[in-house]
Design a protein around this ligand. Structure first.
Ligand SMILES: [Zn+2]
Length: 371
């Protein structure tokens, strides 16, 4: 299904931005764009350099797209990563104009060209659509060092343009980029899950000191297999491998008979996070130390390593948990190595998810590099 869709999309992109239709920009063309009424430009500040795990990076020529004046986009052309349902989604409404420009029905022309968005030729196997919809990228102009955060919204430009990205006109203007200038785009694990502090969080959280927002929980599916923590503090995080599919895991955790197992969180390979037990309750994931721990399951087989978006989601969740419950980063353990676990050496979990070697050093090294 997916390859067919992608082919279709790239054909559309070719129509939209093929070299025949979009004449090579010259100085005259950039003068023309400069003669447009000046856009309101948001303040741009260079972002501090920090060591981060890079999930996507591209550098090369760019152009601009989207909005009422982009006649290179068909009037009914939509976007690869967003649908009309997203017009109602409070997270995404800012990307769009309040109404469709006259004579158009597609989302491409309805984009608000002043907002910061962009398109790249995504490989959905490496960066799935659901992951991209939640990602924030850092977009830089290497020539002047300016940078801003922007959202991926579409697939493109067509390879025949020789360009690697199309930016919103507002983003290009803010970074001082003209068509065929060089742009650099990076999505790192640290910024993969947008940070959206909410009032509710501040009210119910442990004070408002947590600089990280809780990552988006796709669904809370209550597991019956939970109980009271008996007043124990949350002081460690236990990492697991499901050794089963997402559906299989959720089904198992919903059974009230049999093994009666559960975990607080289950992270799918595409980065979706499901919660099944409230943090305040005890889940049944690491016998002997359930009262004082949070359990995170990662969907994978015995031989899998973490998928890239899954690793990003896990790191974001762990960062939030560490702050929220004042857990030291040295208290993140692989299941088999957790202090207090009643059968140390009795499980292969978390298997090869965090590295090839079955020991706590492997877990600690992953935490150090990613969290
Ligand atoms: Zn486990």
């Amino acid at each position: 299904m997916r390859p067919v869709k992608r082919k279709l999309k790239s054909r559309k992109a070719a129509t939209r931005r093929s070299p025949q239709k979009a004449p090579k920009r010259t100085k005259a063309a950039s003068r023309k764009s400069q003669s447009k009424p000046p856009r309101k430009i948001a303040a741009v500040r260079p972002l501090p350099a920090q060591p981060e795990e890079i999930l996507f990076r591209v550098e090369g020529k760019m152009s601009t797209f989207g909005g009422p004046h982009d006649l290179g986009m068909a009037a009914n052309e939509d976007l690869a990563l967003f649908s009309k349902a997203d017009l109602q989604n409070p997270k995404y409404t800012y990307l769009f104009l309040p109404a469709s420009p006259p004579g158009t029905s597609g989302l491409g022309r309805r984009l608000n060209p002043d907002q910061y968005y962009f398109a790249c030729r995504w490989d959905y196997a490496a960066t799935p659509k659901e992951f991209l919809r939640r990602a924030l990228a850092r977009v830089e102009n290497p020539a002047n060092g300016r940078a801003a955060d922007a959202r991926p919204v579409d697939w493109g430009p067509h390879p025949s343009t020789g360009r690697v990205a199309d930016l919103s006109p507002g983003l290009a203007a803010a970074l001082g980029l003209n068509t065929d200038d060089i742009v650099r785009i990076t999505i790192s694990a640290r910024r993969a899950i947008p940070v959206k502090p909410t009032l509710t969080m501040k009210r119910v959280g442990h004070g408002s000191s947590n600089p990280h927002a809780k990552p988006v929980i796709k669904q809370f599916i209550q597991s019956p297999n939970h109980s009271c923590r008996n007043g124990a503090r949350i002081e460690k995080i236990v990492l697991h491998c499901t050794e089963a599919s997402l559906a299989g895991t959720i089904e198992e955790f919903q059974k009230s008979g049999g093994r009666q197992v559960s975990a607080h969180y289950v992270i799918d390979r595409n980065g979706d996070i499901y919660q099944m037990v409230s943090d305040t309750d005890r889940a049944n994931h690491c016998m002997g130390t359930n009262e004082s721990s949070i359990g995170i399951e990662h969907v994978g087989t015995e031989t899998d390593s973490l998928a890239t978006p899954q690793a990003a989601a896990s790191a974001a969740l762990i960062r939030w948990l560490l702050e929220q419950y004042h857990i030291p980063p040295t208290n993140i353990f692989g299941h088999d190595f957790t202090p207090g676990y009643c059968r140390p050496g009795g499980t292969s979990c978390p298997d090869k998810l965090f590295g090839a070697t079955h020991d706590q050093q492997t877990i600690a090294a992953w935490v150090k590099a990613n969290v």
